[in-house]
Design a protein around this ligand. Structure first.
Ligand code: ZN
Length: 276
């Protein structure tokens, strides 16, 4: 599943082609994504210039002159810029055709085999959209600091890992990076969120930022895939410290990594490196 580093890498991958370009039309082959693709998407975007390609949490925003296209990659979505005459493959559900300033026509193509992704239109500032208005700060926003975290976690009995994945607290920390950040902070995932000290909160803020930064740095090498016709951008397979390593030795202390399932989600931790 694409998490924030993949979404940010996608943004960096598609932004150079799209910024300053003008949309011509949308082709919708399959409107039934997580939410229905607006039937009037084509007329909404036609002849509008792309001001910038932004990101809020795991939402990509194509900011046009009079509104925004809001994109979400869901469980299996990916975006690529392909030539205008590139035939669609199965699961290529939506094309947004645009003309660059040099007159060349290209397509921003959404592929999404599992169809949990979304492509929506919002007239006016995107941050006012109901999907975005309740989101917490970005993990790299200075507002996301130890004092903020401690204040927001105060009195909460829920496990810190679940709290960290609450997009109203901070955006973009999914299952993988919550496990990884807690390992780096030395905090057990099941610990009651309200019991974290200020030092714990400081460690966790730093760990969240460093974990995401490292993943984005690793993703930089896949940027070229976003403009290759046949290069399906793979989600980052980069080395995790705990995630997916059930029973394998901790890379820091050698103790077998523990694993627990809660519903659909798996949590991984080292019982020695994350003692409290
Ligand atoms: Zn360990």
């Amino acid at each position: 599943m694409p998490e924030l580093p993949e979404v940010e890498t996608t943004r960096r991958g598609i932004a150079p082609a799209l910024t300053g370009a003008t949309f011509r039309q949308a082709t919708i082959r399959q409107p039934r994504l997580r939410w229905a693709v607006p039937a009037d998407l084509s007329s909404q975007i036609a002849n509008q210039k792309v001001v910038c390609v932004a990101r809020r949490g795991k939402y990509l925003l194509l900011v046009l002159e009079h509104g925004s296209v809001i994109l979400h990659l869901g469980m299996s979505g990916s975006l690529r810029v392909v030539p205008d005459n590139e035939p669609p493959q199965p699961h290529d559900h939506v094309d947004l055709q645009f003309e660059a300033s040099d007159g060349r026509c290209q397509i921003l193509r959404l592929r999404d085999p599992r169809r949990f992704g979304a492509i929506l239109w919002h007239t006016g500032p995107a941050h006012a959209h109901p999907l975005l208005s309740g989101l917490g700060p970005e993990p790299f926003d200075p507002a996301f600091d130890a004092d903020y975290l401690r204040e927001r976690l105060r009195g909460r009995r829920t496990a810190i890992k679940s709290a960290l994945m609450d997009q109203g607290l901070v955006v973009g920390v999914g299952n993988i990076y919550a496990s990884e950040a807690l390992f780096h902070a030395g905090i057990r995932p099941s610990r009651a969120a309200g019991r974290l000290s200020r030092t714990d909160c400081q460690r966790l803020v730093t760990a969240v930022q460093q974990t995401l930064e490292a993943a984005m740095a690793a993703g930089g090498s896949t940027l070229r895939d976003f403009t290759q016709a046949d290069g399906a951008p793979g989600y980052f397979q980069h080395a995790h410290q705990v995630y997916g390593r059930d029973g394998a030795p901790c890379q820091r202390c050698g103790t077998p990594i523990r694993h627990r399932r809660h519903g659909q989600r798996s949590t991984f931790w080292c019982p020695v490196c994350q003692p409290r």
